[in-house]
Ligand binder design. Structure first.
Ligand code: SF4
Length: 447
């Protein structure tokens, strides 16, 4: 490790009381290997079914979205890129006029769009195109038929899940306000697969917690109201700005681990049950079948994963809850758990459940981390696509971090699916002949 790139290694004694279980947090700054926030469009456009995401960016941005999302042949996609070309960059064209023209044409052609996001990118930020003013200007023109909002998905200082955070945070100011007399209501925050959302909605109803809302909604006309009587549970660990915006509207966050794995799901549901005074006997009766199903399914996979050593590169911000799940419910060993950002408050319950001495790294210096990874020779490496193929070429087994966001993994019935995401690559590696003994470093650098 080259010392000048490491900002600090904090011993446990310097950490807050929620970090009692941590031996150290390695903070790194250097070259990062992550996708940008535009990636979030891929799952958000499926979730909010009458929304459209117009990236204001370059051809690179267009290629990223198209190749990551795939091109739909039978349905028109609900995302596109307004390309900033050389004339815009040279200041020869009025970008605002061009944007207005593109938006007008789009909304004429696609009357089903009710919510249009103008999504900023690196190029739009470099030329300082003010998309918030553009969204306001165009909203005045197209409201009430279409609402326009804006957020940034640029790769300047973001990691790919921050795209969802920025999108949801942009929606918070337009959420209706609850009336003062309204009873306390639960809001689940973070895009979940519809199947998972339906499962949680059923569980909350069985617990007797009425009127639970999910954010983002499936339809932009169905925005949940928010106010001082709103309590919210984060379903994803990467929603710091959204949580802050909700708190600014008077809502209160319920502290809980994230609903990944059986244990995380139980404690997440328990946080809501405690807040809404659900009797223990009811909670146990409602959650017992789910816990049992998860235990049975995980028991089948545990022999393949127990004792296996896992190394996380920082990528999705899901690393810490998933590391907790893999170590506590499947007996895997955590070599290093990298995360792009460590939100100590939102992750305090998760951090307390990690095994003592877990090495956490925050931020990234990719060369240093590759050196540590090679030295450790883990059984499986969780990393971005850019690192996965070269590491596979070195004989390591990898799991693409982005799959953790695209796959339904929350809740009891998805706990085994989450475990399988790790079991499958290990099985494949076993079939093709195990881990190579000599890491050819040059091969990686050339790849
Ligand atoms: S927003 Fe930036 S990082 Fe993302 S695709 Fe466009 S140019 Fe690349």
């Amino acid at each position: 490790m080259s010392a000048q790139n490491v900002i600090a290694i904090h011993p446990a004694a310097d950490l807050g009381c929620t970090d009692v279980n941590l031996a150290s947090v390695l903070k790194e700054r250097g070259q990062r290997e992550v996708f940008c926030g535009l990636t979030g469009i891929i799952w958000l456009h499926r979730k909010i079914q009458d929304a459209f995401f117009l990236v204001v960016g370059s051809r690179t941005c267009a290629h990223l979205i198209q190749s990551a999302a795939g091109v739909m042949i039978f349905a028109e996609p609900r995302f596109a890129t307004a390309i900033i070309d050389e004339r815009d960059l040279a200041g020869l064209a009025d970008c605002n006029e061009e944007l207005d023209r593109v938006v007008t044409r789009l909304l004429d052609r696609r009357p089903e769009i009710k919510l249009l996001f103008l999504v900023g990118s690196c190029p739009s930020e470099v030329i300082k195109l003010d998309l918030s003013r553009a969204a306001m200007r165009l909203s005045q023109r197209f409201m009430p038929k279409v609402r326009l909002l804006n957020y940034s998905g640029s790769g300047i200082e973001t990691t790919f899940t921050q795209g969802e955070d920025a999108c949801l945070a942009a929606m918070v100011p337009v959420l209706p306000t609850t009336t003062e007399q309204a009873p306390a209501a639960l809001l689940v925050v973070g895009a979940l697969a519809d199947v998972v959302e339906d499962q949680f909605a059923r569980t909350f109803a069985q617990l007797g917690i009425q009127g639970v809302r999910f954010f983002p909604p499936r339809n932009s006309a169905d925005l949940p109201a928010v106010g001082p009587n709103t309590v919210f549970l984060l379903a994803q660990p990467f929603l710091a700005d959204t949580a802050r915006a909700l708190e600014a509207r008077g809502a209160t966050r319920l502290s809980a681990p994230f609903p990944l794995g059986s244990e995380g799901t139980t404690q997440w549901l328990q946080a809501a049950a405690t807040r809404f005074n659900v009797p223990t006997v009811v909670f146990d009766a409602v959650t017992a079948p789910g816990r049992q199903r998860a235990a049975t399914a995980l028991a089948r996979l545990r022999p393949q994963l127990e004792g296996k050593r896992v190394f996380f590169f920082p990528d999705s911000q899901l690393e810490i809850p998933i590391a907790r799940f893999l170590s506590r419910e499947l007996g895997m060993q955590l070599i290093e758990v990298g995360t792009p950002y460590l939100h100590r408050q939102h992750l305090s319950e998760e951090l307390a459940m990690l095994p003592a001495g877990t090495l956490l790294s925050e931020g990234q210096h990719v060369e240093n981390q590759l050196d540590r990874c090679r030295a450790a020779r883990p059984d499986i490496v969780v990393c971005g696509l850019g690192l996965a193929n070269p590491l596979e070429a070195e004989g390591m087994t990898t799991k693409w971090a982005i799959e953790l966001v695209f796959t339904p993994i929350h809740g009891y019935d998805q706990a085994a699916d989450l475990a399988e995401l790790f079991a499958r690559p290990l099985l494949r590696r076993l079939k093709i002949g195990g881990i190579s003994k000599s890491p050819p470093k040059a091969e990686l650098l050339e790849a």
